[in-house]
Design a protein around this ligand. Structure first.
Ligand SMILES: Nc1ncnc2c1ncn2[C@@H]1O[C@H](COP(=O)(O)OP(=O)(O)OP(=O)(O)O)[C@@H](O)[C@H]1O
Ligand SMILES: [Mg+2]
Length: 257
């Protein structure tokens, strides 16, 4: 086994930070506390996985930190920018310029080709893609022969690669993925994860990913575990087995309490 030294990119800088973050849905009897006083740092140039049972608040945490959803209390910052201090327009701008998204439902525009989908966020922002970087990204996700195809002419896995390439193309400060490999077979999933891993190791990209899969989580530098809207545990330099063991421990606790 090779040991990989991630140190060159593990600076102390924080790409995103939530402090005392709470999110409550609804009111009265139907009230749901989706996030309960969560404080967490996502280090720059680090790959963090978020795990936890269904309904534990993973997507909510990611959406709040990425400026896609409002929160009830606490604060969130991306880099040095407090999200709470931004007007809607500024928030939209920040999302566009600094954040890349990869969702399970790929959010590709059906009328655009693969290449047009990949460069869309930059086109909207009026930024010219770095052609060399774009070629590298396209090559690595294996889409070179499919650039003029529209989403309906691509397989699910290929559409997911377009979504990954789109997130990476502008070199955003931070990439958020909500189960980015959830729809892929294990081989395509491994490729996408390997690509994200490489972008962290070689380019200092910051990635935060929600996943249910211990193998996917093992690509990360760090796994945080949510339960009932709180962070309850963390594993550093995770292996799939270590993650699985930790998940089993929660299940056992859940049954006895
Ligand atoms: N729009 C909403 N209105 C009311 N409750 C919501 C809403 N969105 C999420 N919730 C609730 O908030 C809690 C956290 O939901 P969230 O989607 O963050 O979970 P999750 O950990 O991502 O789950 P999964 O693994 O199933 O995707 C759940 O109890 C959910 O029912
Ligand atoms: Mg979710």
């Amino acid at each position: 086994m090779t040991t990989v030294n991630y140190a060159p990119h593990t600076t102390q800088a924080v790409a995103a930070r939530a402090t005392g973050l709470s999110k409550v849905y609804g009111q009265g009897e139907t009230q749901v506390v989706a996030l309960d006083n969560v404080s967490v740092d996502f280090g720059q140039g680090r790959f963090t996985a978020i795990m936890g049972p269904s309904g534990s608040g993973k997507s909510t945490l990611m959406h709040c930190v990425a400026g896609l959803d409002t929160f009830s209390s606490g604060s969130v910052r991306i880099g040095d920018t407090e999200l709470g201090s931004l007007k809607d327009k500024q928030l939209t701008q920040l999302r566009r310029d600094k954040i890349g998204f990869i969702f399970q439902a790929f959010n590709l525009l059906p009328t655009l080709t693969a290449l047009e989908n990949i460069t869309l966020p930059m086109d909207i922002a009026g930024r010219k893609p770095d052609r060399q970087w774009l070629d590298t990204v396209i090559e690595m996700v294996g889409l070179s022969g499919r650039l003029s195809h529209r989403p309906t002419q691509l397989s699910g896995g290929q559409q997911q690669r377009v979504a990954v390439a789109r997130a990476l193309a502008s070199r955003p400060e931070i990439i958020f993925g909500d189960e980015p490999t959830g729809n892929l077979d294990s081989r395509s999933g491994a490729e996408v994860l390997g690509f994200l891993r490489n972008s962290v190791r070689e380019l200092g990209q910051t990635v935060v990913m929600v996943t249910h899969d211990p193998v996917a989580a093992s690509y990360a530098d760090r796994v945080i575990f949510l339960a009932d809207g709180r962070i309850v545990d963390e594993v550093l330099s995770p292996t799939a087995d270590a993650v699985l063991d930790r998940m089993k421990a929660f299940d056992a606790k859940g049954r006895t309490s």
